[in-house]
Write a protein that binds this ligand. Structure first.
Ligand code: Q46
Ligand code: ZN
Ligand code: ZN
Length: 314
């Protein structure tokens, strides 16, 4: 296979675009795709300060690299979840530190155990019945929202790629979870004073393209997946969608991008679908659908946990 642009040997063949590219043209093409997504969905401008959530994996580190190359003002945040298996969290943090040092770009670390007294696996163990992943998702959402607003960033960017989004869409549509379908978007506006604007600039790119980009750019990322992701249903949905893609190149892209189009045109859901009524958490002040304290604050409330246990409500 030869590069469609210059005839040199191609490093990647993207059947959905009928495009093969050599290393040089591929690392030029990827940021163009990201820039197109940023503009199409009106994500942010060069005047905005962007905070990027980095995990040490290929997607978020590559996104950081791409946004820097595109000239955006971007800083990183790493949340150390305290996952001990094979020093997963500490090794991930080292990858982030190495990237930031090599690119001379600022980042901050929030260490969950140091800040709140327990790591994610420890909280999940205490809150019997809550999975590490749902605990983790809740904690990350809260901290990222809080830091984005407190430090005056205009927007929070995450490294979700098209495969991630298509798998979540598959899961949500299997359950016809209309609330989630309504909120699954490349841009979540700051619809409330306590909510940061959130964007996903990689939604036009397949996972394999991000892996290839990291490789070609020499980005050193953590290859291992988080140990808690093993057996996750979204991984199974990704495999199913990959089978579909192998038979019908472009199917994943069409599935997800057509969903966005249909929803934007109002063909799927009423415009106000998925807009929950928000209250203010009595403890931290962040918006919450709960009437009193938010689920993040309740997570650390040991007295409440004991009460829940005695009620058999884990
Ligand atoms: S980091 Fe956290 Fe993921 Fe690990 S514990 Fe689950 S949610 S799998 S993105
Ligand atoms: Zn080329
Ligand atoms: Zn709270």
């Amino acid at each position: 296979m030869k590069c469609t642009k210059c005839g040199q040997p191609a490093v990647i063949n993207m059947r959905q675009h009928r495009l093969g590219l050599c290393a040089d043209h591929f690392v030029e093409w990827v940021p163009q795709q990201v820039q197109r997504a940023i503009e199409k969905y009106d994500m942010f401008t060069p005047e905005d300060r962007v905070l990027i959530a980095v995990s040490g994996g290929k997607d978020s580190l590559s996104l950081w690299d791409i946004l820097l190359r595109l000239g955006y003002s971007v800083e990183g945040i790493y949340i150390n979840l305290g996952i001990p298996h094979d020093s997963y969290s500490d090794v991930s943090q080292q990858k982030v530190e190495a990237f930031a040092a090599a690119h001379d770009t600022p980042f901050r670390v929030v260490n969950v155990k140091r800040e709140y007294g327990e790591s994610i696996p420890e909280v999940a163990r205490r809150k019997r019945g809550r999975s590490p992943c749902s605990t983790c998702g809740l904690v990350k959402r809260h901290i990222l929202n809080e830091v984005t607003l407190r430090e005056g960033f205009g927007v929070l960017a995450t490294g979700h790629n098209l495969d991630d989004e298509a798998a979540v869409l598959f899961q949500n549509s299997l359950h016809w979870a209309t609330g989630y379908l309504a909120r699954q978007a490349p841009v979540l506006p700051a619809s409330h004073a306590g909510l940061a604007r959130k964007v996903k600039p990689l939604i036009r790119l397949y996972e394999r393209e991000m892996a290839a980009y990291a490789l070609v750019r020499g980005i050193d990322y953590i290859y291992e997946e988080c140990p808690f992701s093993r057996g996750a249903t979204t991984l199974f949905y990704k495999e199913l969608l990959d089978q579909l893609e192998a038979e019908s190149p472009g199917a994943k892209q069409q599935y997800y991008l057509e969903f966005l189009r249909a929803r934007a045109d109002g063909r799927l859901l009423p415009a106000d679908a998925g807009k929950p009524v928000l209250n203010q958490c009595q403890k931290c002040g962040q918006p919450t659908t709960a009437p009193g304290t938010c689920s993040f604050c309740r997570l650390w409330d040991v007295e409440e946990a004991a009460h829940e246990d005695s009620n058999g409500d884990s």
